[in-house]
Design a protein around this ligand. Structure first.
Ligand SMILES: C[S@@+](CC[C@H](N)C(=O)[O-])C[C@H]1O[C@@H](n2cnc3c(N)ncnc32)[C@H](O)[C@@H]1O
Length: 276
């Protein structure tokens, strides 16, 4: 922020509401600090908290988003809403466009929306875009098609082939299968995802292969993984399967009573509902 006002050069923390200079400053140059019931201030905000005006300093103390924060959405680099609120309020007006080209889980987007700004967010990760969509809907009731459009999510087999392995797995398990990721890297017994037991679903395992012509050996290994996990059902998702894979699935069903379904990416792209 640039400001020619001489008060910016004093490098002093000015506290209290009796300073005439404060009244002369542009609103975005003045911060609030919250205090216990008044000892030098008689100002209250709309929520009844006591505050004093101070000139901002060059260090903002904003608590990080920790595991138990209400605003946490589970994205590793999530920034605090208070930080983005401060930046957006100080640098834009209602109706302006806020753009974040590496928007992650969309903290800037969510705050821009709350503050009446228009916004553009881009991120290379489809997982991030999905998290933002969920965040906007869950916390702000803002939905795709009504309040915003989404451009560039993978919609063809060729585009899905280009996804990074981690993105591919998330896209299959969370987005398309509506299942849970298996987050345990050790001892995951060959399962990338799973359906927990619920009223609608029985327990089942999911394995994801970002390859073509997945064969009999993959089905055999998956059978072992299902048995170890105690599941009677499972899904293998890949671009295509060999004839031997389908034969092995039939053999396992007859001999072991285990139900394994082979699902192609093409099917996931064309089916409107999750495959369970
Ligand atoms: C530090 S994070 C952003 C965090 C964000 N401020 C928040 O609150 O969640 C950086 C983001 O940049 C994205 N990214 C990395 N390379 C990119 C690229 N070439 N184009 C667009 N996004 C990219 C990553 O996927 C990541 O989500």
């Amino acid at each position: 922020m640039t400001n020619q006002n001489h008060l910016w050069k004093t490098n002093k923390l000015i506290c209290g509401d009796n300073l005439e200079e404060l009244a002369k400053l542009p609103k975005e140059s003045v911060d609030l600090i919250y205090i216990d019931p008044p000892f030098f201030s008689h100002k209250q905000d709309e929520q009844g908290r006591w505050y004093a005006d101070v000139l901002p300093v060059d260090v903002w103390e904003i608590p990080a988003v920790i595991n138990v924060s209400k605003e946490r959405v589970g994205y590793p680099t999530q920034k605090p809403e208070a930080l983005l609120r401060k930046i957006i309020e100080a640098s834009s007006n209602k109706g302006d466009v806020v753009a974040d080209f590496f928007c992650g889980c969309g903290t800037a987007i969510a705050i821009a929306q709350q503050l009446g700004r228009r916004w553009v967010g881009t991120d290379i990760s489809p997982t991030a875009i999905k998290i933002i969509q969920k965040r906007l809907k869950q916390f702000l009731g803002v939905v795709e098609g009504v309040n915003y459009v989404v451009i560039g999510m993978p919609t063809t087999v060729e585009e899905v082939k280009k996804l990074e392995p981690f993105e591919f797995q998330n896209w299959v398990v969370i987005d398309k299968m509506r299942a849970n990721l298996n987050r345990k890297k050790v001892g995951d017994m060959g399962l990338d995802g799973y359906y927990p037991r619920s009223v609608l679903t029985e327990e089942a395992g999911i394995q994801v292969k970002q390859s073509d012509g997945v064969g009999r050996n993959v089905v055999d290994n998956f059978e072992t993984a299902l048995k170890r996990a105690g599941y009677k059902k499972g899904y293998i998702v890949a671009f295509s399967f060999s004839k031997g894979a389908y034969e092995e699935v039939a053999r396992i069903k007859n001999k072991e009573g285990l139900e394994i379904k082979l699902i192609t990416i093409e099917e996931l792209l064309t089916k409107k509902k999750p495959i369970i």
